[in-house]
Design a protein around this ligand. Structure first.
Ligand SMILES: [Zn+2]
Ligand SMILES: [Zn+2]
Length: 146
């Protein structure tokens, strides 16, 4: 009976009570940090942050699990970045998809020189001064032999 006696003594000892209190404290801190995490995560994803924090606080485990399932899959910043990328590609397509071969920045079709790195993109016709591609033998606009 000594063994059980010592177990019972342990459970009623101040050390055990301290352990229980520490456990409660830990659970409470975890609870608060999960609520804070839910709030900032929902905000970054454009979900209803305030609403989800309340749900998480009222239903600690179930609420957070449901939030993890139904939360928007992407961060707002990622979506915005992708939209900017698409817009940049559209601009590139609209001006004929011309890109400087040296610095790869978008340039207009009739640029003679890259405004970013000063690479010569085209030469101008000595007669009509329209932009010509570097390999051309004759100006297609005014028939000037180059
Ligand atoms: Zn360039
Ligand atoms: Zn010409």
């Amino acid at each position: 009976m000594d063994f059980f006696q010592s177990i019972i003594e342990f459970f009623s000892s101040p050390v055990f009570k301290l352990i229980v209190n520490l456990f409660y404290l830990f659970a409470f801190v975890l609870y608060l940090s999960l609520a804070k995490w839910t709030y900032s995560d929902a905000q970054r994803r454009g979900a209803m942050a305030f609403y989800w924090t309340i749900v998480g606080l009222l239903f600690p485990i179930a609420g957070w699990l449901i939030y993890l399932i139904v939360r928007p899959p992407e961060f707002i910043d990622d979506i915005r970045e992708r939209e900017l990328e698409i817009k940049a590609k559209e601009v590139l397509l609209n001006n004929g998809g011309m890109v400087c071969p040296t610095c790869h920045k978008s340039v207009e079709k009739d640029f003679l020189i890259c405004p970013y790195c000063r690479r010569t993109l085209k030469k101008s016709c000595p007669s009509c001064s329209r932009p010509l591609q570097t390999g051309w033998e004759v100006c297609p606009y005014c028939q000037q032999i180059l």
